[in-house]
Design a protein around this ligand. Structure first.
Ligand code: NAI
Length: 327
């Protein structure tokens, strides 16, 4: 039998946490033959709720679930973890300035970076979900210098899946027949959902949709603003789709992407596609043997270039703001 993998979920008493932990315990993230031990972290005001989630995990009698650690102690939470999914964070509340939210999250990600660096398993893979996801991941990377930078990523797979979903709806095909969309840049409304290389049933999406105005307009804004549309409808932000996207992200990273398919991940930029190095930016990637590689050589037209640069500019600005919050 395989050794259990320890998976940390921070903010586990929250909405995404509640959707995510049962998926992990059922094998959605790491496969149906991989036992797991869940480490769940939240803050003291949520301790009782967190314990309730632990009770439900026990009650669900998941065959793959070999243990549950539910704690408000960051060191206990991080000790020995092989995968860390960082969902915990400080939400933006009405009337709060962007800088105030950034200050709170920068300090959370700085301290959790140190705990992971000291106590996680060697080669721990980190996925940051909490917003501002790219910049939280960057702070985590900066304050965990001994964790290889390729191990620190942020979630844009939800946006990627939203793009596939919109194309499938438009073409009335199965979503599983649509692939190779790209989310470039920030997990924010400046992200650029790009279908110039996407296919449906093996044919270029642009040829099938035959409506460039829609693809260059409404399609992009729908994907960019889908999070706000979910909040409007549910009075709560997306949780099941975020949890599912987090499972897809880790599964493909660990187990590999299918031949001929790429996915979007927020990763540390090496300057590919003239994106400034040193940002956590969403790129198309393929994964193999537990490592991602940025897909190289895709032609970029002028329309795309502008949008890729705009979202990079926003990330540079967020990075500067994050640094100003540190000092
Ligand atoms: P939520 O507010 O329901 O849950 C957040 C949890 O984090 C709460 O239980 C809170 O107590 C906990 N928390 C706060 N500070 C913490 C700390 N220092 N350590 C550990 N836990 C802490 O929020 P929800 O809906 O689960 O969303 C979580 C985050 O994910 C938000 O930042 C949200 O904006 C982001 N998000 C990101 C998406 C993406 O695609 N990247 C998609 C959807 C949401």
């Amino acid at each position: 039998a395989k050794e259990p993998v320890r998976v940390l979920v921070t903010g586990a008493a929250g909405q995404i946490g509640y959707a995510l932990v049962p998926m992990i315990a059922r094998g959605v993230m790491l496969g149906p033959d991989q036992p797991v031990i869940l480490h769940m972290l939240d803050i003291p005001p949520a301790a009782e709720a967190l314990n309730g989630v632990k009770m439900e995990l026990i009650d669900a009698a998941f065959p793959l679930l070999k243990g549950v650690v539910a704690t408000t102690d960051v060191v206990e939470a991080c000790t020995g973890v092989n995968i860390a999914v960082m969902v915990g964070g400080f939400p933006r509340k009405e009337g709060m300035e962007r800088k105030d939210v950034m200050t709170k999250n920068v300090s959370i990600y700085k301290s959790q970076a140190s705990a992971l660096e000291k106590h996680a398993a060697a080669n721990c893979k980190v996925l940051v979900v909490a917003n501002p996801a790219n910049t939280n991941a960057l702070i985590l990377k900066e304050f965990a210098p001994s964790i290889p930078e390729k191990n620190i990523t942020c979630l844009t797979r939800l946006d990627h899946n939203r793009a596939l979903g919109q194309i499938a709806e438009k073409l009335k095909v199965q979503v599983s027949d649509v692939k190779n969309a790209i989310i470039w840049g920030n997990h924010s409304s400046t992200q650029y959902p790009d279908v110039n290389h996407a296919t449906a049933c093996g044919k270029p999406v642009r040829e099938l949709v035959k409506n460039d105005a829609w693809l260059n307009g409404e399609f992009i804004t729908t994907v960019q603003q889908r999070g706000a549309a979910i909040i409007k409808a549910r009075k709560l932000s997306s949780a099941l789709s975020a949890a599912s996207g987090a499972c897809d992200h880790i599964r493909d990273w660990v187990l590999g992407t299918p031949e001929g398919t790429w996915v979007s991940m927020g990763v540390y930029s090496d300057g590919s596609y003239n994106v400034p190095a040193g940002l956590i930016y969403s790129f198309p990637v393929t994964c193999r043997n537990g490592e991602w590689t940025i897909v190289q050589g895709l032609p970029i037209d002028e329309f795309s270039r502008k949008k890729m640069d705009a979202t990079a500019d926003e990330l540079s600005e967020e990075k500067a703001l994050a640094y100003s919050c540190l000092s």
